[in-house]
Design a protein around this ligand. Sequence first.
Ligand SMILES: Nc1ncnc2c1ncn2[C@@H]1O[C@H](COP(=O)(O)OP(=O)(O)OP(=O)(O)O)[C@@H](O)[C@H]1O
Ligand SMILES: C[C@@](O)(CCOP(=O)(O)O)CC(=O)O
Length: 195
Amino acid sequence: MEERMAEPKLVLVFSGKRKSGKDYVTDLIQNCLGADVCCILRLSGPLKQQYAQEHGLDLDQLLGTGPYKEHYRADMILWGETRRQQDPGFFCRLATRGAQQPVWVISDARRMSDLQWFWAEFPKQTQCVRVQSSENTRRQRGWSFTIGVDDAESECGLDSGVEFDWIITNDTDAPSLEEQLQPILSLAKEAASSV
Ligand SMILES: Nc1ncnc2c1ncn2[C@@H]1O[C@H](COP(=O)(O)OP(=O)(O)OP(=O)(O)O)[C@@H](O)[C@H]1O
Ligand SMILES: C[C@@](O)(CCOP(=O)(O)O)CC(=O)O
């Protein structure tokens, strides 16, 4: 039985490479709109929860930004992929369960099957947003290329074949995030206030 209570007015599905700033940008959006209007949903949330439980790990650290998560990333990816092979929408359904706000921000789409799930469930509401940063910037934020992670579907699954509705460049020499996010915020405010 589906636990979802309300249909969202807008679903912003974010993707981007590691340390491109997906969390930073989506937090900014939520701060601008308010938590009563906009929720941040992470597909990796239920994945990490289940993975931590099965492996006796510290969920808070897996949800954080530090090296602990990176240590387990490759194995978490493989673990999640076995679940997705059986049911590609598994984590999408869990992550969106019970969401009530009119604007949903999905912070971490990684695979075409993630986008396809949102397009199928919410064809009118779904907009795809790519966050991009140069490798240099990402390195300054702690990224380093890892075989089995940065060359795998988890990081490369949306590199091509997607026409993003919006592309946000999160680099110091790009226009400010406030400026770049303006049209998305306007759209979200409009959607949230529609009946
Ligand atoms: N525009 C910015 N200004 C200052 N710091 C930033 C900016 N964008 C990102 N950061 C910082 O860079 C780090 C990585 O950003 P963030 O966690 O948002 O990336 P991510 O794409 O969600 O990474 P991951 O895939 O590892 O979850 C964080 O410490 C964040 O605060
Ligand atoms: C295992 C995985 O969910 C980790 C995501 O971690 P994060 O979004 O970078 O915090 C990535 C994946 O599902 O491929």
